[in-house]
Design a protein around this ligand. Sequence first.
Ligand SMILES: *Cc1c(COP(=O)(O)O)cnc(C)c1O
Length: 309
Amino acid sequence: VCPMGKINFYAGPAILPATVIEQAQAAVKNFEGTGLSILEVSHRGKEFVKVMDNARALAKELMGLNDNYEVIFLHGGGLSQFHMVPMNLLNENETASYFDTGTWAHGALTEAKLFGNVHIACSSKDKNYTYIPRQYNVAPGSKYLHITSNNTIYGTQLQLPLNPPAGVPVVCDMSSDIFSRKVDYNPFDLVYAAAQKNLGPSGTTLVAVNKNILGHVNRRIPRMLDYRQHIEKESLLNTPSVFPIYVAYLTLQWVKSEGVDNIEARNLRKAKKLYDTIDASDLFNCPIAKEDRSVMNVCFTVASKELEE
Ligand SMILES: *Cc1c(COP(=O)(O)O)cnc(C)c1O
């Protein structure tokens, strides 16, 4: 429930904690006592540089990542990661394996075909993406395996960890379930999440990447699309989206104070209530396989097409 009393069920942009809205509001008027609005301050000023450094460090702490990893905040939403990932990790004659489990997963693999070969490790397209395949196969020599941990639009969620073949880096789109449940992030080599689902307003994307997987492609990469450039410049390569990053930082602090364990327990309770109600009702119907149902995005249809409209 937002402070104005409205109930917002959107996957994203989504409701933010009331305390985060209050803090953001105060910073719009006067950011950290600078006498300027957060909307006006320089991204190179010491107050914002501190926000950026702290946000990167806190995300890394919450994800429990070691020093092989760097966290950066990028532009271009989740969608830009669909091309940045293959551009930075996949040579033209090489293959990457992808799970095809929904709209965003399919979007990611379609974009990757612009840069190299794509092998579909598994697909649930045959049943309109209403389940997560139990079996998958990674093409030999795959440069990476790409998965989408939560399929926002179809309402399915992957059980983690995945246990893929050793030596294949795993890239995970966690846009709609990052920090919603306990996850061991270390088996992943690259995690990305557009902010507007679980982290803040739209306008920034969190990327956590193991530096060791970078720098192995031979194509030339524009600076703005090169993870290494952003890492080297400590996520200040150009003017970042100052306000969304600030709000994401406030949300990260909220996540830490709540504790991911508690957030997960609450999410499970909320989802159970919804699914139980839907399953018990004649009016609503959840077409998603029970064991694959998302805790974040509860999708349902209405028995009557007219009523659904
Ligand atoms: C919303 C979403 C995206 C797209 O994010 P944009 O910021 O709109 O580009 C990508 N992946 C997943 C899983 C999403 O939920």
